[in-house]
Design a protein around this ligand. Structure first.
Ligand SMILES: Nc1ccn([C@@H]2O[C@H](COP(=O)(O)OP(=O)(O)OP(=O)(O)O)[C@@H](O)[C@H]2O)c(=O)n1
Ligand SMILES: C[C@](O)(CO)[C@H](O)COP(=O)(O)O
Length: 244
């Protein structure tokens, strides 16, 4: 669906929607509640990204994908946030399935050419500067892209027994972050194809599905503050950046 331009106006400018997959359980974190609801810098982790997108004038609306039985989101969503945020209780078995289910759920609200910024609830350090960097870099891009960081450490491939088998050349390697930003129709098509090929469970980010179409997403430099809180020790680092 493409919204037609009115006869006396220029074609409608594409909208920017945030879509936050937040239906995980945080198993690697080892805490008693899903990690997206654990407190980081004084508020639930998910709240940081919701507040950042809600405060950003260029983000039309935020959709947050939670599990059908999520028992925490209703309490987290203040009346102010609810004016800019829609909860979608369509979480799937994997991150990509949650994203795909969320995309399908907003079909009536998003035009084919509208941008979707998919952002992990587990990355509370996203700020307006990083969002603007992504929007400004990709606004005329034919494919879309993602925040990422060039790899600066030497990388080892583990052999049996926890020993180094080989060094993986790091030249040209980047560590993917989020948001990952693609046009609605392209991202939905890419994830649908991945699902039809039985590969949606094997991919771990949205850009992988775009690459499977033979396209090359743009790499946009992110920031260490935009780390993914995955293991228990990550929470203190996230707090450091958020309180800094
Ligand atoms: N079935 C899933 C799995 C993950 N996610 C979301 O995808 C993001 C990145 O996933 P990850 O950091 O792996 O979170 P979890 O899957 O919760 O962590 P773990 O793998 O340790 O269980 C998180 O915001 C998580 O809530 C999701 O929406 N649906
Ligand atoms: C999307 C992502 O954050 C990019 O690095 C990452 O792939 C998510 O992985 P996870 O295992 O679902 O946390």
């Amino acid at each position: 669906m493409n919204r037609p331009a009115s006869p006396t106006s220029a074609p409608a400018q594409p909208q920017h929607f945030a879509l936050i997959p937040a239906a995980g359980v945080g198993a690697r974190m080892g805490v008693h509640i899903p990690k997206q609801y654990m407190a980081v810098a004084g508020k639930p982790m998910l709240r940081h990204a919701l507040d950042t997108f809600a405060a950003h004038a260029r983000i039309t609306r935020t959709f947050v994908v939670v599990s059908a039985g999520d028992a925490w989101i209703d309490e987290l969503l203040t009346p102010e946030l609810a004016q800019r945020t829609t909860v979608l209780r369509v979480g799937g078995a994997t991150r990509q399935e949650s994203v795909f289910n969320g995309l399908n759920e907003i079909r009536s609200m998003a035009g084919d050419a509208d941008w979707v910024l998919v952002h992990d609830a587990a990355r509370p350090g996203l700020n307006a500067e990083l969002i603007d960097r992504l929007l400004d870099t990709l606004e005329n891009d034919d494919v879309g892209g993602l925040l990422a960081l060039p790899v600066v450490d030497t990388l080892k491939r583990e052999s049996a027994g926890g020993r180094s088998q080989e060094t993986v050349p790091r030249a040209g390697l980047w560590a993917a972050q989020t948001p990952q930003m693609f046009r609605y129709a392209l991202l939905q098509r890419a994830l649908r194809q991945a699902a039809e090929q039985g590969r949606i469970g094997a991919i771990t980010d949205d850009a992988s599905a775009i690459e499977m179409l033979g396209l090359r997403p743009r790499l946009v430099e992110g920031s260490p503050r935009n780390l993914k809180v995955t293991l228990a020790q990550d929470a203190a680092l996230a707090e450091f950046f958020l309180k800094g």
